[in-house]
Design a protein around this ligand. Structure first.
Ligand SMILES: *Cc1c(COP(=O)(O)O)cnc(C)c1O
Length: 379
């Protein structure tokens, strides 16, 4: 490739992202310092109202991270030793780590090849009298197939908890992520579509009693200071994070649409190559009735690791989500799983590659990415 055409395309450009809203962010930070309220307080309350409204949920409860949000969700249902929670092995560690932290057992169901999300067809066989919840992930920004999952959960009277960490603003048949299950967990990790300047998380629910319990659980289980009804966590959301997130929330729709536009542009650009028909590259599938918000744009490719190294040389940032499915992680060895147990997840772990899709990406950046991928397979 002509070296003069070489450019730098980061997987995520937080610098560009911040530049555009710097003044507003700085004002928000000053407001927090002036208030000297650094934990919870009015900024967090306002953010909770705004997130609840955005997700069409009745309640939102801030906490310290997306990982804690999942942990708190399970704790709200008193899930612990002897209980089973069904989820997939192809997700970020926290989904499964939270289950195991509480002494409960993760029961894995494989994913669908086209969407990387929970395969509802394989669920029924895993249900038994210890099953306490189903925990689907809306991976990469597209909702899991919630209708059959919810129908099954309802038939046996257990909750569906959404891991919506990557999916704020995603929709399933007109309904928003966060409104699809009994409880949902969101993350404000900086690389998420709504990212803070550090860790942060949020839960949404329509259940007033659960919301009230979660407010206690995130503050050491105390409804009244120093009087503890539960053994909870210290998982409060900082006011600084809330103030920053409130600024960014105003732009979230614009950014999500930019991600969707970038996905459409990739579709066009790749269609003009022979990469798809030659089976070198498979693009993400946006299922009908879904609003995919593309926290990641994950393609499935031939010779993944070599392509990744080549793109790095060309100045293009990519990432593997996730290189080792959770059933094969060292820390879960005592669960007794083996390679081959969840073949679709294992195949995804070996072939999936996230390429840049962030809102600041330009058409020229995308053209460069696609041309570089073409150049790799041409040699
Ligand atoms: C990011 C993420 C989490 C955890 O969120 P943190 O805020 O990083 O703790 C959980 N699940 C999924 C699917 C995630 O992507």
């Amino acid at each position: 490739m002509n070296p003069q055409l070489r450019r730098k395309v980061a997987l995520l450009d937080l610098h560009l992202h911040y530049e555009k809203i710097q003044d507003e962010i700085d004002t928000a930070i000053k407001r927090v310092f002036a208030s000297k309220q650094f934990i919870l307080g009015s900024e967090v309350k306002e953010l909770e109202h705004e997130i609840a409204a955005y997700c069409h949920s009745d309640y939102a409860i801030g906490c310290a991270s997306g990982s804690d949000a999942i942990l708190l969700a399970l704790m709200a249902y008193d899930i612990g030793v002897g209980d089973e929670v069904i989820t997939t092995p192809y997700t970020f560690f926290a989904t499964v780590g939270s289950i195991v932290r509480l002494g409960a057992k993760p029961v894995f169901v494989d994913i669908e090849e086209s969407t990387f999300n929970m395969n509802p067809q394989a669920l029924a066989a895993l249900i038994n009298d210890k099953t306490r919840a189903i925990l689907p992930i809306h991976l990469f920004g597209q909702c899991a197939d919630m209708e059959p999952i919810k129908a099954l959960a309802k038939s046996i009277g257990i909750p569906v908890i959404e891991d919506a960490a990557q999916a704020i603003g995603a929709e399933y048949k007109g309904e928003r992520a966060g409104k699809l299950g009994a409880l949902a967990a969101f993350s404000f990790y900086p690389s998420k579509n709504l990212g803070g300047a550090g860790d942060g998380g949020m839960l949404t629910t329509d259940d007033a009693a659960l919301a009230e319990k979660l407010q206690a659980l995130r503050a050491h289980g105390a409804r009244k200071k120093y009087f503890h009804d539960y053994v909870g966590l210290n998982s409060r959301l900082d006011s600084l994070q809330a103030a920053i997130l409130r600024v960014k929330l105003k732009y979230l729709e614009v950014w999500s649409e930019a991600r969707r536009e970038n996905a459409r542009r990739y579709q066009n650009l790749f269609s003009q190559t022979n990469l798809l028909t030659a089976g070198k590259v498979r693009l993400p599938v946006e299922v009908a009735g879904m609003r995919h918000v593309y926290n990641q744009y994950v393609i499935v490719v031939e010779a993944r690791d070599r392509l990744m190294a080549y793109l790095k040389e060309q100045g293009i940032g990519t990432e593997i989500y996730y290189p080792l499915p959770l059933h094969l992680q060292t820390c879960f060895a005592d669960l007794g799983f083996h390679r081959g147990d969840f073949p679709v997840s294992e195949k995804a772990a070996a072939t999936a590659l996230a390429i840049p899709v962030h809102p600041e990406l330009t058409a020229a950046d995308q053209q460069y990415v696609v041309e570089s991928i073409e150049a790799f397979y041409a040699v």
